[in-house]
Design a protein. Structure first.
Length: 134
């Protein structure tokens, strides 16, 4: 993923979310930030350039949190979600075309968002979303 894909995703999320996005949290990859790597590589370290995603967040009044450098465990919920998707969807579902994958993924997301989650105090993602938007 590059920074343009991250910004495109954020733009789409802002358009479809039934609530205001107040903050995002990302890892420290160059597609999300240059706070830890980009400034040192800049030809003008004293006039460092702000990353395009950080600029987009500023424009939208969204706080952009980063996990601490060298602490990927802080990204554990995302990593756990990826593992669940891999084990319960990608490893189990066969598809022959991109269209078939998109269709089956949509069905999976509908099913998953109606499952109770311990991290949501036994509520489903859809129930939590409804609580946030009411």
């Amino acid at each position: 993923m590059g920074s343009s894909e991250a910004i495109d995703f954020l733009n789409k999320l802002i358009k479809i979310a039934p609530f205001r996005i107040r903050a995002i949290k990302t890892d420290n990859g160059s597609c999300f930030t240059n706070r830890y790597t980009g400034y040192q590589k800049s030809t003008d370290p004293l006039g460092s350039r702000i990353h395009a995603l950080d600029l987009k967040c500023q424009q939208e009044n969204i706080i952009h949190y980063l996990i601490d450098p060298g602490k990927p465990a802080q990204n554990g919920k995302v990593e756990r979600s990826h593992r669940s998707d891999q084990e319960t969807f990608y490893d189990q579902v066969d598809f022959n075309t991109v269209e078939e994958l998109k269709y089956k993924l949509k069905l999976w997301n509908m099913y998953y968002n109606d499952l109770q989650h311990c991290g949501l105090n036994g509520k489903t993602p859809n129930q939590m979303l409804a609580m946030l938007t009411n």
